[in-house]
Design a binder for this molecule. Sequence first.
Ligand code: UD1
Ligand code: CA
Length: 452
Amino acid sequence: MPLEVIVLAAGLGKRMRSDTPKVLHRLAGRPLLAHVLEAARSLKARRTLVVYGHGGEAVRSAFNRAPVRWVEQAERLGTGHALAQALPQVAPGSDVLVLSGDVPLARAQTLRRLADAAGKGLAILTSERSEPTGYGRVVRDARGRVRRIVEEKDASAKERRIREWYCGFLAAKAKPLADWLAKVKRDNAQKEYYLTDVIGIAAAAGATVSAVKVSDPWEVAGVNSKGELAALEREWQRREAARLLESGVTLADPARLDVRGTLECGRDVSIDVNCVFEGRVALGDGVRIGPNCVLRNVSVAAGSEVHAFSQLEDAEVGSRCRIGPYARLRPGASLADEVHIGNFVEVKASRLGAGSKANHLSYIGDSEVGERVNIGAGTITCNYDGAQKHRTVIEDDCFIGSDATLVAPVRIARGSYIGAGSTISEDTPPGQLTVARAKQVSLPSWKPPRKR
Ligand code: UD1
Ligand code: CA
């Protein structure tokens, strides 16, 4: 039977104390809902339906390319009511897996296990802990069969002592699930339609209710507050660091590393403290990253070093390069092998050929720089005339003196030398020294002023 996944994501998330819908809060750089949808996707479900409500347009637009069907829950009347909005859109014969949008770390294989356990009855995901405060408790009979779930607010003192709790995920066939759901009422402490009432209704009707138990508490941890979100983030980062260490990466401190995306490392990579990796980052063999660096969507080839406090975004770095300290590579920066970019140098939408260097205090934007070019301290490519961006071309083996300003569009021909302090607004001939600054004069008759 085809599997259909329904994600409940319309809740208010009051305890987050935020104007952002709960499922858009980020874990490891991605919205909570993205984690849930990724797990759902790996199940190869026929369709995924997302029930949205609070801040709905923001949620939809954040996921406008996701292959999901959106179902609006206009009034938030509880989890049972949320499911009732989506279930009529599902073919009666399908298998249905109901997920919570605020439980981000469930593994696909656990969800698969849950879907498989439903059979003709109902399967719920449960876990145990000594004090499952705030969660629905799983009530079993003397023979250990699941009879119902009682929400904490409706539970007796004895029921509150039950250690087994419901993790918010269940699976069943669409048709019986719809029949049970139709019987759910609002006569409870919160005056809500509890999806969890379905368990008691199914059990009373003689259906088999299986519990799939999860022992890893993080896998089923929900996010209801900023504290829980921060705890999950730390756990995610702890695992990421453990994975990197396991693969041979040297981390100065596994507790001071943040990976918000995918970080792939070659052999003998070392990463100092407080580095942040976002999007897709690939570090080649022997790459060393200094402390306090931020790399987002970057590849760094073998043997390169990125020194402290550098920020690299949407950039490519060749092998044996030296970047920083305090360097900034902006989108479209592409460095060939053995390029040096030093302190307070910014490179944007520019390519630098092998062996070229800009070691201090420069801006290189919209430029094509050849090989073995030396760019002196304080050099600026003036790429913007107030309306348009223009390109600067610096051919191989040029030497740009300190504090030169290159007014684009301009071409510095192969082997040119540019005198320090020059303002270059016209193309230069190859192999010559070009100086464009006022001639130096000294006045032999000059006398220093005297006090009267
Ligand atoms: C729910 C369960 C509880 C379980 C816990 C596990 C119910 C009644 N209780 O409680 O037994 O232990 O999850 O995490 O189901 N939602 C909607 N529309 C609504 C209300 C909620 O879409 O009207 C969505 C929320 O966005 C969330 C999910 O349903 O993703 C769970 O809702 P939440 O309010 O967080 O339920 P809990 O109190 O955590
Ligand atoms: Ca919850």
